[in-house]
Write a protein of this length. Structure first.
Length: 158
């Protein structure tokens, strides 16, 4: 797996803040390049961020929308491990073994764990679901928790 991800959200005091277009109360942005050689070369590019959580990532079920708020923040900046979750929509550039077509929109859910500055101690779990109407989004791919070279999660001051 090759993954390059950035996701940003502004801070907000709004009750139940959201990045989703239909009820956005704050600005969020992101970019994603994901290549899965082990899945026939499937590749995704682009990210429309719908949820960004730091610290408490326990809400947001398989569909990613079961949270009271779309943005959560960590309580102890600078302590490890730090967890983050990014949910959003991306576009398939290479379908690989997915059975989908180039240009198809997919829902991605990426859970990250930053264990500190050492390399190869961090983990990531990527779930990709077909973006279809209705509450059930068919699972296309799930990496399971995997070790990665480096995750850097940080919260900037307001």
């Amino acid at each position: 797996m090759r993954l390059t991800l950035t996701a940003h959200s502004e801070s907000s005091d709004v009750v139940s803040p959201s990045c989703r277009p239909q009820d956005a109360s704050l600005r969020c942005a992101g970019s994603l390049v994901l290549r899965l050689p082990e899945f026939g070369g499937m590749a995704l590019r682009g990210l429309e961020v719908h949820r960004l959580a730091l610290g408490d990532i326990s809400c947001g079920g398989d569909e990613g929308d079961e949270c009271g708020g779309e943005v959560a923040t960590s309580s102890e900046p600078g302590t490890y491990p730090v967890q983050a979750q990014v949910n959003g929509l991306s576009t398939i550039t290479e379908p690989g073994s997915s059975g989908l077509t180039p240009g198809a929109r997919v829902q991605v859910k990426i859970a990250l764990r930053d264990a500190g500055p050492e390399q190869y101690m961090d983990t990531v779990d990527v779930q990709i679901r077909q973006f279809v109407s209705g509450p059930v989004k068919p699972l296309v791919y799930d990496t399971g928790e995997q070790g990665v070279q480096q995750v850097q999660i940080h919260e900037q001051g307001h």
